[in-house]
Design a protein around this ligand. Structure first.
Ligand SMILES: O=C(O)CCC(=O)C(=O)O
Length: 334
């Protein structure tokens, strides 16, 4: 069993705003997730092939290269697959294997130590296939709180970034600006690269040249706070830099655990009470769920309940409070 985080690691996280743990679990524990994503890519590719939009599935290239070949053959098909995996306003692909990763005991032990609570809530995650030389894979400087409701700014929400390949400067791992996470949520702008939010260099709390390169081997994880500025760099390698960023918090941080619409009409509109209640969550459009509680084990969710909940939220029309409105970046010359 992987040893729990040491007090030194926990202290480092709180002082620096991040922690890289190279050996959270054996890299082989990620194989089921890789296979489940690969299976989904093949399913989507087969569908596009049947519709006559894709000539070949390129399955023989394997998980680390197949999507690039699809993209080279048809940008439209590559985009369709990536959109389906990542989701639009959230959602995206989920599977039992991804759920098993979210509730991996070694990860939950680390999260409990970092949030200082044994009751842990998991929040929406994002799958990131960063293709080689793929402009949209480059994520500009931001704090994750930029994407979350302001009421959660002063709470601790952990981003747990798990690579499915060894993440290096060459294939576009993240960069992190240390010791800058105790301040406010800095000025973000909408309309950064690939429409991501961006903190302009002049609005960063420190010189971006002081950033650390957050390389992390497969089997490890990069933990950050929601106010830790970070970005990710281009993939200059010949393979896809797959990763997922999972999110966790202590159970007393605002959340929508246990909330769901009393009813949904044919268009997916929920009752007013649901929207009122759910809008106190850090990210209302997606479900939070309890993943560890010795105090309330009966409320800890299993995969069946998780998939039911995801489907309910996916069918619910987005009548959620504006999570955050940032000004749009001025174009050059404006
Ligand atoms: O995976 C990446 O390249 C960027 C991840 C990121 O920005 C995040 O997890 O907030």
């Amino acid at each position: 069993m992987t040893p729990p985080l040491t007090p030194q690691q926990v202290r480092f996280f709180h002082e620096e705003g991040y922690l890289i743990v190279p050996d959270v679990f054996p890299a082989s524990d990620l194989e089921p997730v890789r296979q489940s994503l690969h299976g989904e890519i093949n399913r989507l590719a087969r569908q596009l092939e049947t519709e006559g939009r894709l000539r070949a599935r390129h399955e023989e290239l394997g998980f680390d290269r197949q999507l690039s070949a699809i993209f080279r053959e048809s940008k439209e098909c590559g985009d369709a697959i990536i959109r389906s995996l990542i989701g639009e306003r959230g959602g995206g692909f989920y599977s039992r294997e991804i759920f098993d990763l979210i509730v991996h005991p070694a990860l939950l032990r680390a999260i409990a130590a970092l949030v200082g609570s044994e009751e842990v809530v998991a929040s929406p995650y994002r799958i990131r296939p960063k293709l080689p030389k793929f402009g949209r894979g480059v994520v500009p400087w931001h704090q994750d709180s930029g994407y979350l409701a302001g009421l959660c700014d002063q709470h601790l929400i952990i981003t747990c970034w798990v690579p499915f390949v060894d993440a290096t400067a060459d294939n576009g791992c993240m960069e992190i600006l240390p010791r800058t996470h105790r301040g406010p949520v800095f000025q973000h702008h909408a309309g950064g690269n690939a429409d991501f939010l961006v903190i302009r260099d002049q609005d960063l709390p420190d010189d971006p040249r002081k950033a650390i390169t957050a390389a992390c081997p497969s089997g490890g994880a990069v933990f950050m706070t929601n106010r830790t500025p970070h970005c990710s760099t281009p993939n200059l390698s010949d393979h896809i830099r797959w990763s997922v960023d999972l999110r966790y918090k202590a159970a007393d941080v605002p959340n929508n655990v246990g909330l769901e619409p009393a009813s949904l009409d044919a268009e997916g509109n929920a009752d007013a009470k649901f929207y009122e209640d759910v809008n106190v969550a850090c990210y209302p459009p997606e479900a939070d769920f309890l993943v560890h509680s010795a105090a309330n084990p009966g409320r800890v969710i299993d995969y069946r309940e998780y998939s039911r909940l995801r489907d309910v939220f996916a069918r619910t029309r987005p009548s959620f409070a504006e999570v955050r409105a940032w000004p749009t970046l001025a174009k050059a010359g404006e």
